[in-house]
Design a protein around this ligand. Sequence first.
Ligand SMILES: [Zn+2]
Length: 554
Amino acid sequence: MTLRSPLRAALATTALVTFSACSTPAPSAPAAVPPGPAEGEITAARIAAHTKILSSDLFEGRAPATRGGELATTYLATQLALAGLEPGGDNGTYFQQVPIVEATVDRSFSLAVPGRTYKYGDDVVAFSGVEDALVSVRGDVVFVGHGIVAPEQKWNDYAGVDVRGKWVLIMVNDPPAPADEPNLFGGKALTYYGRWTYKFEEAARQGAAGALLIHTDASATYPWQVVQSSWTGTQYSLPPAPGAPALGVKAWIANAAAADLVKRGGHDLDALRAKASARGFSAQPLTVAASATLTQRAARRTSPNVIGVLRGTNDQEAVAFTSHWDHFGTKAAAPGDAATADRIFNGAYDNASGLAAVLTIAQAMTRAGAEPGRSIYFVFTTAEESGLLGSEYFTAHPPLPMAQFAANINIDEANPYGKAKDIALLGSDRSSLGAALAAIAAERGRVVGVDAHPERGYFFRSDHFPFAKAGVPALSLTEPEQFDGPTAATLKAKQAAYNDQDYHQPSDQFDPAWDFSGAADDMQLLAALAWRIAATPAMPSYHDGDQFAQVRKP
Ligand SMILES: [Zn+2]
């Protein structure tokens, strides 16, 4: 085989190790050079060039179902074709069309119990899991504690209770870990059972007609105003699969209103919450029925995931890279805006940089001079910013069964500040991918960072997460903590300034001074990691006891 770059020549002498998920490098490795991605093609200049065009004003902020979005997906498909990847979408194209429901709930929404109507906005905020213009839910209310069914924790808040056709009233967050079970529900870390999305999913699986999540500042970690601003106005979702259970009403209820409702149902909310936080709790039916009427304007839109495939010698299994192409588009001019106000959300760092990074990996892999073991999928997802919809759709309509995906590596933002010692990937502590990552990082003199805030549940908030829910060991690149060199403190300050001032703002735009040399190091490492995962016969797996290990258990 040929070596295509000086870098690969250097690696040939320093990085000769045989790889398996958990073994240590063999000291007497053979002298043959294993094929691999042409890492020399992964350069800071290439990443910058793709980032610059994808975040230019021409792309109008890349909102799904807009002209700018169409331009962005056309660019990505063209680049995949130029790199020599096969189309992985519908009907021989690079596009997998994703149906998206765009719904706006009318402010006339009401939730009532005998003697009290809760006020939309102040007491309750609601949306629907179905597309009907008019949705009515009437039924008894059952307090189900944290609303969790977790076999590996031997915890079932729905045991012995039938909630079909009823309302469920649910606490958010995980149950607390007691002194004699310090690791219950991840201890201080947030598990997916604590996330509001899980609560609605489980309530639907149980057949409930409506679900009310109790908001407290402490359990939600944000004030009621955030609930109001996030869940009023237009919401985006995937249409429910035919025959799949769906909630008629999904609502948040303010703590005072929830306490009132429980009192009218013959109980005390604080007393119920205390019981629900310890083992042995059983769901408590309340002696009150509630009724809600929701009217909404719902429309279907379509926006594509863009998918390219590098076919492996084993094309029945795969490794998938993901990176979302969508951002917030262009906002309408508001009264009082200056004529020159920037209204385009360019999304340069979030996530043109990630697209650019994955495009360079795709290019390097097609120049490997050999096929990978498992196939490599490059998936540019739509509608991540509206709730991971493109990734959810891909994992519900995969080109191969999800059990045949060995791993997912998600790139949500590539480091534009400069070289770093560490590379941090959310999820590296959950599966055998962590050991593989640590081995390859060590070969390159890098260190693997850790999730600095497991209590914030970042693992559940980007496009790798639908893969995790489907049982696929997944990693998602996050920010480095340890910049290199004499300007490290300045780089750290730049990173903090972006997070404070530019995140999800029109000012997230391409800066010609950006230095993607650290991103190039990261992408060379991740390309090599994916190549090894693809070549290793054993499938990676979640650690025993991890929530996502359940999916692939017989
Ligand atoms: Zn974002």
